[in-house]
Design a protein around this ligand. Structure first.
Ligand code: AP5
Ligand code: ZN
Length: 214
């Protein structure tokens, strides 16, 4: 099963993608996580990506597309995968479709997690990310057991650099301009499924499971 997660920044794509990956035993591939790992390790890709991410802009397609296409051809992806944060532009979606077509494959589901802009800034300002393992929390909706400490690895939790309110607004603008058109793209392809992302995390998950089938 090849699944794409669509939705605004902070809609809950990462939260849901992790749960889906676990339930269906498929890899969770997050381009945001890949870039953040590269930034942490100070790689050439990380240095380049950081200049865009800190401003709330998209990393150019040239740095993004090949990375994902290579990743989905790895052995652990042969029974499917869930893409979180990719594609984010029409050219990225077209490149993915073309690469899959060459392998005789296609996207099975594009799940759009719908959350209005008004809720987004509130979610992002409450999000905390682990500097060690990248796990995410929310100070109100998904609080760690000990304040500012990761339940999984015990490292410190911080506000992501691009979660400052001004950068969130910029990311939302970029989302509406460049990523939202993908909703229609996948609707035309007949694989779009929409779920309400404003309800409790567990209810969002149940809605997705009912779309995907047990
Ligand atoms: P990326 O990491 O993909 O960020 P994003 O799309 O902006 O998404 P987020 O991670 O911010 O949010 P999410 O939807 O995963 O929400 P989450 O589950 O954490 O990308 C970062 C940057 O990398 C981009 O800006 C760009 O520069 C670059 N990039 C990445 N991919 C790229 C690509 N393909 N092309 C070009 N550039 C790319 O939830 C948010 C918060 O809300 C959490 O605190 C969570 O606990 C809470 N929450 C979740 N669900 C609920 C709920 N139902 N109720 C209440 N709270 C909830
Ligand atoms: Zn951690």
């Amino acid at each position: 099963m090849k699944i794409i997660m669509l939705g605004a920044p902070g809609a809950g794509k990462g939260t849901q993608a992790k749960k889906i990956a676990k339930k269906y035993e498929i890899p969770h591939i997050s381009t945001g996580d890949i870039f953040r790992a590269n930034i942490k390790n100070n790689t050439e890709l990380g240095k380049k990506a950081k200049t865009y991410m800190d401003k709330g802009l998209l990393v150019p397609d040239e740095l993004t597309v090949d990375l994902v296409i290579d990743r989905v051809q790895q052995e652990d992806c042969k029974n499917g995968y869930i893409l979180d944060g990719f594609p984010r532009t029409i050219p990225q979606a077209e490149s993915l479709d073309a690469a899959l077509a060459k392998m005789g494959e296609k996207v099975d589901f594009a799940i759009n997690v719908e959350v209005p802009d008004e809720n987004i800034v509130n979610r992002m300002s409450g999000r905390r990310a682990c500097v060690g393992c990248g796990a995410t929390y929310h100070i109100k909706y998904n609080a760690p057991k000990t304040e500012d400490i990761c339940d999984v690895c015990g490292e410190k939790l911080v506000l992501r650099e691009d979660d400052q309110p001004e950068t969130v607004l910029k990311r939302l603008g970029v989302y509406h301009d460049q990523t939202q058109p993908l909703i229609e793209y996948y609707a035309k392809a007949g694989v779009l499924k929409e779920v309400d992302g404003t309800v409790d995390m567990e209810d969002v998950f149940q809605a997705i499971v009912s779309v995907l089938g047990e």
